[in-house]
Design a protein around this ligand. Structure first.
Ligand code: BGC
Length: 569
């Protein structure tokens, strides 16, 4: 880079691939993905062309919420391997130029964390209890919850403890599962410990952190009642929350991110933090990425927009405007481990709906329709300026498991809502790597190499039979596959520096008719989310098409397809 050139941190335009370690690749064939499994697939990720990997939690945990209940922030859970497996993964990733960001879960610990165990053993009012949010109950015997808050997973957000002598004791707050007690961020020790945990992973060399429930750590003074329920994921089928809950998006959280920003600044290499903050309106999300706080925040509005041109155009317009105000990069995401996969959502009769999981008795998606729309959606997203997130399997247009038997379900939100919410297991199914192998090649006895796939144990969640057609070995190197489409899109994106580009809506953009069109430099994106064919401008030629039959002989883009176009030479 010439000396005078402006330094652009890597995260400004990075494509970041989310690995959900339980379900990515299983090297020791115990049915559960692991860090050696991730390492064995680094070549695949390099091939795909992503810049970085975000690893969902792999820390020591009783796995009450799939690892988002951390018992020891400095240990790898034996399910996933060892610290030296982590170091090896990081070294190998860095050697091939892939960055690694890890998940940080600061709102709550596991109830099996030593701090919480010490708090239970200590008396009310003790320093041990002050690290969490313990309160006396209401009513004459203290047998009513301290306030009316509901857990995001359903049911009350408070659980009563039992004193050492067997009598009922104080209550503790858990915004999520009963096994996830909330930390008290008014306590200095909590601040010091979390800074130390950041340093522990920064010293090992991680490139950044995805910050879990980044809007949740500070609670309003006095813990006032609040009767609305906020779900895990705000779907379009529930009324928009206009009031801010007293446990989310409180002003005080920003001081924490200033503190952490200073910690990251002690390290070289543009370390970053990305906020998982389900807040609205848009301007409030961007308050998390003001100078001196975090570097990125997830744009869940884009994920919620569904297959709808108007929603997408509105979200993109608002996002770019809000990002420009604070000078942070916009981010884009279609799926993650908490939401029904977009290829499935886009195959529902209303492709803007946002179910909280899907079961056999619910409407089943049109899988083929979802798949072609998923390809087109990737083309809409990956030419946008900023940073994009890809959830493992998106590149295979992997669908949700929509008929998972209830007895297989593990998500606490399924149990805490009595099954009303089907939960998030369907988007967490182990990846299919090889169509003909047991468990679709998820479990292998050895890394890479040419050893035969081992049958090992059953995958921790069963895979639907349809996964055979999506398996990586049916797609890598196969012309016209979704994987090859993603690979091409990422290569063109990198080559043309689209992530650093600027968006301009094209004259053809007519979202009310389902036509979405924008330019980023010389590249024009044309997507047809409507029902009528759309004319392809004669002065442009197709650089990438979402599917081979996207353009008719007389030059029209068919519905549910997208193009990347360039001026004719
Ligand atoms: C994570 C979820 C998790 C919750 C509690 C989130 O937002 O993404 O998977 O259940 O935080 O930690």
């Amino acid at each position: 880079m010439p000396k005078h050139a402006q330094h652009i941190p890597w995260w400004q335009d990075a494509v970041i691939y989310q690995v959900y370690p339980r379900s990515f690749a299983d090297a020791d064939a115990d049915g559960m993905g692991d860090l050696r499994g991730v390492a064995s697939k680094l070549g695949y990720l390099k091939d795909l062309g992503v810049d970085a990997v975000w690893l969902s939690p792999f820390y020591k945990s009783p796995q009450a919420d799939a690892g988002y209940d951390v018992a020891d922030y400095r240990q790898v859970d034996p399910l996933f391997g060892t610290l030296s497996d982590f170091d090896d993964l990081l070294t190998r990733a860095h050697a091939q130029g892939t960055r690694i960001i890890v998940d940080l879960v600061p709102n709550h610990t596991s109830d099996e964390h030593v701090w919480f165990q010490a708090a239970l053993a200590a008396a009310p009012g003790s320093p041990e209890r002050d690290r969490y949010i313990f309160r006396d109950g209401q009513g004459p015997n203290g047998d009513q919850e301290p306030n009316n808050w509901q857990s995001l997973f359903g049911g009350p957000a408070w659980t009563r403890t039992v004193n050492p002598d067997g009598t009922p004791g104080q209550w503790y707050l858990h915004l999520f599962d009963v096994k996830q007690p909330d930390l008290n961020w008014d306590n200095d020790e909590v601040h010091a410990e979390m800074r130390d945990i950041l340093r522990f992973w920064l010293d090992r060399g991680v490139d950044g952190f995805r910050v879990d429930v980044a809007h949740g750590m500070v609670k309003a003074e006095g813990l006032p009642d609040w009767s609305e329920k906020v779900s895990m994921v705000q779907g379009t089928e529930q009324p928009t929350v206009h009031d801010t809950p007293p446990y989310f998006d409180q002003e005080g959280v920003h001081a924490i991110y200033e503190e952490w920003n200073a910690v990251l600044a002690e390290y070289d290499g543009d370390r970053m933090m990305v906020a998982e903050a389900w807040v609205e309106p848009m301007e409030r999300i961007f308050r998390y990425v003001r100078a001196g706080e975090m570097q990125q925040a997830f744009n869940f509005g884009f994920l919620l927009a569904g297959w709808n041109a108007q929603n997408i155009v509105e979200n993109v317009t608002e996002t770019l405007a809000a990002a420009a105000v604070v000078g942070a990069p916009p981010t884009w995401v279609l799926s993650n481990h908490d939401t029904v996969r977009h290829c499935t959502r886009f195959g529902l009769s209303d492709p803007t709906t946002f179910p909280k999981g899907i079961a056999a008795q619910d409407e089943q998606p049109d899988e083929d329709l979802g798949r072609v729309r998923g390809r087109a959606a990737a083309m809409v997203m990956l030419a946008l300026p900023g940073s994009a997130y890809v959830y493992q399997g998106d590149e295979l247009t992997l669908p949700e498991h929509t008929t998972l038997p209830d007895e297989c379900r593990q998500d606490p939100s399924f149990f805490r809502t009595g099954g009303v919410e089907r939960g998030r297991d369907g988007c967490r199914i182990p990846l299919p790597w090889a169509a003909e192998s047991p468990g679709f090649g998820f479990s292998r006895a050895v890394d890479d190499g040419d050893a035969p796939a081992s049958s090992g144990s059953e995958p921790w969640l069963p895979q639907p039979d349809s996964y055979a057609r999506y398996a990586a070995d049916q797609q890598v190197g196969v012309e016209g596959s979704a994987f090859e489409l993603y690979r091409l899109l990422l290569a063109v994106r990198a080559d043309r520096e689209l992530g650093r580009g600027r968006l301009e809506w094209s004259r053809q953009n007519r979202p009310a008719d389902g036509v979405l069109s924008y330019a980023n430099g010389a590249l024009q994106v044309l997507a047809n989310l409507g029902a009528q064919p759309v004319e392809v401008p004669a002065d442009l030629e197709v650089a990438v098409a979402s599917r081979p039959d996207a353009v008719t002989e007389d030059g029209f883009l068919v519905p549910d397809a997208a193009l990347w176009l360039l001026p004719r030479a």
